[in-house]
Design a protein around this ligand. Structure first.
Ligand code: GAR
Length: 207
């Protein structure tokens, strides 16, 4: 069984999707052993506690820079003996001391079709605001490995939804979560835990 450590910063609906998928047997070969939050008091921590998953809070605001914060995260991941790290609404970019130590072992969910509306500054509702401002007719979510560049690691899975004329960022966000994120993130985690993702020339393929 692979040990899955989930990093969160907010409401944790993607964490909930992972917990539900583990319970219903959709995730094969792995289990969530720890949830780490970058903020205290977020609802994601309640979701973990309600399901008897150990939690840690490593507050971003207590660290002066990304490197010192990333070192604290790295130490926690090593202590937890993480086989897979999932960024599920984790709103901090990790330094390469983490991404190099866990190369092809960190999976992120990004709420747009990478390479659109991604990179530094594109997170949460900002992503959907940008997609609506551009006037794209489809959007979606991307599940990808995390490397040294924000939102630029190998893509594992992507899914698409239509953008409707009267969409608000909140409505589009919800449609993408329900139809794509909550399904594809557990699916990608399960594929990883069964060693069914292979990397060829820096790109990810499902075996
Ligand atoms: C999700 O839509 C996730 O894709 C996004 O934040 C939301 C978190 O929701 N992540 C990013 O924007 C990362 N760049 P959740 O806390 O309910 O899972």
């Amino acid at each position: 069984m692979k040990k899955i450590v989930v990093l969160v910063s907010g409401g944790g609906t993607n964490l909930q999707a992972l917990i539900d998928a583990e319970k219903s047997g959709i995730i094969k070969g792995g289990r969530i052993t720890c949830v780490i939050s970058s903020k205290d008091g977020v609802y994601a921590l309640e979701r973990a506690k309600n399901n008897d998953i150990p939690t840690r809070v490593i507050p971003r605001k207590e660290y002066s820079d990304s490197l010192s914060y990333s070192k604290a995260i790295l130490a926690a991941l090593n202590e937890e003996k993480a086989d897979l790290v999932v960024l599920a609404g984790f709103m901090t970019i990790l330094d390469e001391c983490v991404t190099k130590a866990y190369a092809y072992k960190i999976i992120n969910v990004h709420p747009a079709l990478i390479p659109s509306f991604c990179g530094e500054g594109y997170y949460g509702l900002k992503v959907h605001e940008a997609a609506l401002a551009y006037g794209v007719k489809v959007s979606g979510a991307t599940i990808h490995f995390v490397n040294e560049e924000a939102d630029a690691g190998a893509i594992i899975l992507q899914g698409v939804v239509n953008v409707e004329k009267d969409d608000t960022p909140e409505i589009l966000q919800r449609r993408i979560m329900e139809n794509v994120e909550w399904k594809l993130l557990p699916q990608a985690v399960s594929l990883f835990c069964q060693d069914r993702i292979e990397i060829i020339d820096g790109k990810a393929y499902v075996k």
